[in-house]
Design a protein around this ligand. Sequence first.
Ligand code: TRP
Length: 330
Amino acid sequence: MQKKTIFSGMQATGNLHIGNWLGAARNWAKLSADYNCLYCVVDLHALTVRQDPAQLRNNARSVLAWYIALGINPDENILYFQSHVAEHAELAWILNCYTYMGELNRMTQFKDKSAKNEENINAGLFTYPVLMAADILLFQTHLVPVGDDQRQHVELARDVAQRFNHVYGDIFVIPEGYIPPVGARIMALQDPTRKMSKSDENISNSIFLSDTSDAIIKKFKRAVTDSDGQVRYAPEEKAGVSNLLSIYSCVTGRTPQDCEKDFAGQGYGALKTTVGEALVEAITPYRNEHARLMADTAYLDGIIASGAAQAKVLATSTMARVKKAVGLPK
Ligand code: TRP
């Protein structure tokens, strides 16, 4: 049987944090054995928020290098920049004409982002989910590994694909969200009821993959816990402590309940130190590999060009069918 297709992407903004690794990239790396995988750096999406050009260029490259450093093998996966395959934007335009204002108005991420960004509520922010639908549908994607916060966008991609197919026949595969069997939701260290986020202004909330070992240890020391003093895994009642245990569990490959036992009779100080040190040990080799890749310009350029070329072939084939279906002249 032909392998199914997986598509996912990360924004080209800011630094990746351990949530992007433990909750996403680490799972993505394992999927290439069973699926055809495309992992995109979504640099066009990044433009919905004002970016410094030099920084955006560098961040985009850095994210792609992280994909590789974290174990997503470029010989087995297609890794590329969204802006290198113009069909993303082209399909997004067409899909804009099949998406209702009302649907986009309901997107909770749009509401959140426009509340945070009142001085620049641009049309791109509003149609962001349509570009995301184009990303997915362009490759006849079956499964889209995403976190909870992106589920609504994947639902929209499904709805638009179904609407389009209803009018024109079977043009798009209807995608599904994919929650990997071992997923991790890493929470903000200073506010463990919220997810760790790249765009968080408070850098104490996130452990970035590029943080120095010292900075990592310090951030863990300052992590918010609670006042009952017991190291126990109970995400509802004890969000901070449970987040530390789940990070430890991800790094060691043991269950959080099992990790809890290591700290019997010990306080939060011991927990924070142990988790911080374990994490430093786990990410140091990745950080070194990332630095090596960033320095090897020729190698990275080669991967970037080859990824774009491979994606382009697939994208062109879908676009030809879409254009024909809607009646654009040949
Ligand atoms: N919106 C996603 C996020 O912020 C990133 C993204 C863009 C994406 N296009 C995608 C994810 C297509 C999956 C599939 O996380």
